[in-house]
Design a protein around this ligand. Structure first.
Ligand code: FES
Length: 101
């Protein structure tokens, strides 16, 4: 099972492969906003993936289109509700405006 490291807290959690980052963050006790309920419609679950990007599911059209509409998006951006963990560990950075669900 992959280990998710969450920044800036540095908390780690072992989570089941196949979990979305959003599910993994909830399991780790670091919930973030998910206003649309995980439908790639709100962008509130935007995170930066610092390590392990290649181990995540490929970005689909809905996620790509939503990210295009968000300010502050970079090459490390993913929507936590859409990115699914494989077997590789990953490190994500929570954005200050997205935390505190
Ligand atoms: S929860 Fe709305 S885009 Fe992820």
């Amino acid at each position: 099972m992959p280990v998710l490291t969450i920044m800036p807290s540095g908390k780690t959690a072992t989570v089941p492969a196949g979990s979305t980052l959003l599910q993994a963050l909830f399991m780790a006790g670091e919930p973030i906003q998910s206003k649309c309920g995980g439908k790639a419609e709100c962008g509130s679950c935007h995170v930066f993936v610092l390590e392990g990007r290649k181990g995540l599911s490929k970005m689909q059209r809905a996620e790509n289109e939503r990210l295009d509409a968000i300010v502050g998006v970079g090459s490390k951006s993913r929507l936590a509700c859409q990115a699914t963990l494989g077997t590789e560990d990953a490190t994500v950075e929570l954005l200050s405006f997205a935390s505190g669900a």
